[in-house]
Ligand binder design. Structure first.
Ligand SMILES: NC(=O)c1ccc[n+]([C@@H]2O[C@H](COP(=O)([O-])OP(=O)(O)OC[C@H]3O[C@@H](n4cnc5c(N)ncnc54)[C@H](OP(=O)(O)O)[C@@H]3O)[C@@H](O)[C@H]2O)c1
Length: 311
């Protein structure tokens, strides 16, 4: 798998591994096997958060499991580690006040057993804290060497732009990566979003990212397993002809629909109006993970991309 260099200079694998369930619903041994397989395949970009997966445990498990794996394999220098701050963990942790950011970064570093984080995301917006305070606190982490780059997740596009304008006005560090829900299937327009968090990426957001040369890390990009099994498809996605087309092209090419969805995302920046997209996906099983990862090495022709886009 060839690595890609992002506009912010981070060099990453073209797909990212989601560690959200590691240490909770994906037990430690299975997590280690998936991490080993990803590294062996040339993968490097790994995603976690300071609160994963608190709904199934304490919220420390994912970072702790990754820290144990990094120590056991002595591979910190081969990994690009992304983690996040700002979401709830059992009633604590929500918010992006300076004191919260300073506290949680140290907790993440301790659990991950590292002295730096490659990419540190605001996990979701905090309307109650001035952007000046949040962006200044993040900038101090960069200057202190605890964090290399910043990202924003689950922000409205205009608020992401305001955060970056605030950083620029302060002479600070901007968000250079956005993480948002995005997949091949279109969302249903007739359902109100469950929350700001989890809102699917629309065309306007994609155009903004393309224009600003900001990569999109696409979460839940395998539709929660829905390309492999209908019953897993989230109810707010439209399946219909587009899913049927994806599956038929996948069958013709001899790959799974999950792998073709990954390939569509890694090739999308070749199409006008789309940013670089890095699919971020997860599995509890090595064979499923590697099946999806095959998409990274699939090159799609312009005609195939056009047909997928139009379906
Ligand atoms: N920023 C945020 O707010 C946010 C929100 C959600 C997630 N995330 C990040 O994104 C990562 C992935 O998100 P996600 O888990 O929501 O969505 P996802 O990657 O779209 O879906 C994961 C599911 O897909 C199934 N799957 C994967 N490959 C498969 C294959 N080849 N065949 C059959 N099933 C397959 C897995 O089932 P099996 O276990 O059976 O393989 C798993 O349950 C998380 O780990 C986390 O790092 C971020």
């Amino acid at each position: 798998m060839n690595k890609i260099t992002l506009p912010n200079t981070l060099t990453v694998s073209p797909a990212a591994l989601g560690a959200m369930n590691f240490g909770t619903t994906t037990p430690r041994d299975a997590a280690f096997a998936i991490l080993d397989a990803f590294l062996d395949a040339g993968g490097s970009f790994i995603d976690t958060s300071n609160n994963y997966a608190h709904w199934a445990g304490t919220g420390d498990e994912s970072e702790t499991t990754l820290g144990e794996w990094l120590a056991a394999r002595r591979c910190r220098d081969r990994v690009i580690l992304a983690t996040k701050v700002g979401f709830d963990r059992h009633g604590e942790g929500a918010g992006l006040r300076a004191a919260q950011i300073e506290h949680w970064v140290n907790e993440s570093l301790r659990k991950l057993r590292t002295d730096y984080i490659d990419l540190y995301y605001a996990h979701t917006d905090d309307y109650d804290t001035p952007l000046e305070e949040t962006m200044a606190a993040f900038d101090r982490l960069v200057r202190a060497g605890k964090v290399r780059h910043l990202g924003g997740s689950n922000y409205d596009t205009w608020r992401f732009a305001e955060a970056n304008a605030t950083a620029a006005a302060q002479g600070g560090t901007p968000f250079t990566v956005m993480q948002q829900r995005f997949t091949y299937l279109h969302p249903r327009a007739d359902l109100p979003p469950k929350s700001r968090f989890n809102e699917p990426t629309g065309r306007e957001r994609l155009r903004y990212l393309a224009d600003k040369n900001i990569p999109l890390v696409a979460y839940s990009c395998l539709a929660k397993g829905g390309y492999a099994a209908d019953e897993r498809l989230p109810a707010d996605l439209i399946a219909g002809d587009r899913l049927a087309f994806l599956r038929s092209m996948a069958a013709e090419k001899g790959v799974s629909a999950s792998a073709l969805a990954v390939a569509w995302m890694t090739n999308l920046h070749r199409c006008a109006g789309f940013p670089r997209v890095i699919p971020l996906f997860a599995s509890s099983r090595v064979e499923h993970f590697l099946d999806s990862l095959r998409g990274v090495d699939l090159t799609l022709t312009d005609e195939e991309m056009d047909a997928l886009n139009r379906a």
